[in-house]
Write a protein that binds this ligand. Structure first.
Ligand SMILES: [Zn+2]
Length: 308
């Protein structure tokens, strides 16, 4: 059910305190009523002494609405999570940790960074459907941010080189619908096939620039267009535009992306693009995913992400 604030004043009015946030989260997490994560029992009491916590009538297990979710164990007030999620989900470009720290008056850069890193984990819906119908697939190289560049950005641009990104755009006559992006090792058949297998539905009609690696990918119909004198932006207009927007966004908001967390930043870009027509509903999807997502620790978040 659609249930989300349509503006910043509405967010502030509807979620003035932790109790209001918790009531809303309870409805998102258990739309058909509380279910005990330990025994599956549906009968429970809400505890008066512990904030937004249920005690199961069957097994006695106490479960708070944030337990076992991305917000698990967070010391930040729920109101702050809501404000951060609202700004992050609804702003057309999102924002860096430095910007979020300033906007919400957070105590440290690390707090802001961690909050955004966790929210990014809620930007891939579990069980999302692969792209189907007509799908453009292409790859590009994006410049990486230097390791020693400060989080707020600097003047130099990557001397660390570039990384290959694969992109797929599901499209209809009227334009693009959904996208997928992932870092890949190189533009070989193996790397591209791995990406296509995860992003594109079997039987989809794939349109590419005719690069021979695509022809060898099984399970998709392939419509190669050999570029020749025709420019890529005419042949594959949507991937070309997405890649250009991605590069502009990465530089504008983050002063370039680092290899270490690349996939989650691509997920962020993808989440916002795929929900571009209803940004305020994105606030609700973010929490629906966050409520279903397993808790992550700081150490898990700072580990480098796999590229493949
Ligand atoms: Zn139980």
């Amino acid at each position: 059910m659609a249930d989300f604030p349509g503006s910043l004043p509405e967010l502030i009015r509807r979620f003035p305190d932790a109790a209001a946030c918790a009531d809303w989260l309870i409805r998102q997490r258990w739309p058909a009523g509380f279910v005990c994560p330990a025994c599956g029992g549906a009968k429970a009491w809400r505890l008066a002494a512990k904030a937004h916590t249920f005690e199961c009538a069957g097994c006695g297990r106490q479960t708070s609405v944030t337990a076992g979710t991305l917000m698990h164990g967070s010391k930040l007030p729920l109101t702050l999570w809501f404000q951060a999620a609202f700004l992050f989900a609804t702003h057309s470009n999102g924002m860096s940790a430095v910007q979020l720290k300033e906007m919400l008056g957070l105590g440290s850069y690390k707090t802001a960074w961690l909050l955004l890193a966790k929210l990014r984990r809620a930007m891939v819906a579990p069980g999302r459907q692969p792209l189907a119908g007509f799908v453009e697939v292409d790859e590009t190289y994006i410049p990486l941010r230097r390791k020693d560049e400060p989080p707020a950005g600097g003047f130099g641009r990557s001397s660390q080189g570039k990384i290959c990104i694969a992109g797929a755009v599901e499209f209809v006559d009227a334009g693009p619908r959904r996208i997928r992006l992932a870092p890949i090792t190189d533009a070989s058949t193996n790397s591209l096939a791995g990406f296509v297998a995860g992003a594109v539905a079997r039987g989809a009609q794939m349109k590419t620039d005719g690069w021979s690696a695509y022809g060898a990918i099984p399970d998709v119909k392939h419509d190669p267009h050999v570029i020749g004198p025709m420019a890529a932006h005419i042949l594959l207009p949507w991937t070309h535009r997405i890649f250009a927007n991605l590069k502009r966004w990465a530089l504008g908001v983050y002063h370039g992306l680092r290899a270490k967390h690349l996939q989650s930043y691509l997920d962020e870009f993808t989440f916002r693009f795929n929900r571009r027509r209803n940004r305020h509903a994105a606030f609700q999807s973010l929490f629906k995913i966050a409520a279903a997502a397993n808790p992550v620790t700081y150490n898990m978040l700072i580990k480098p992400e796999p590229t493949g």
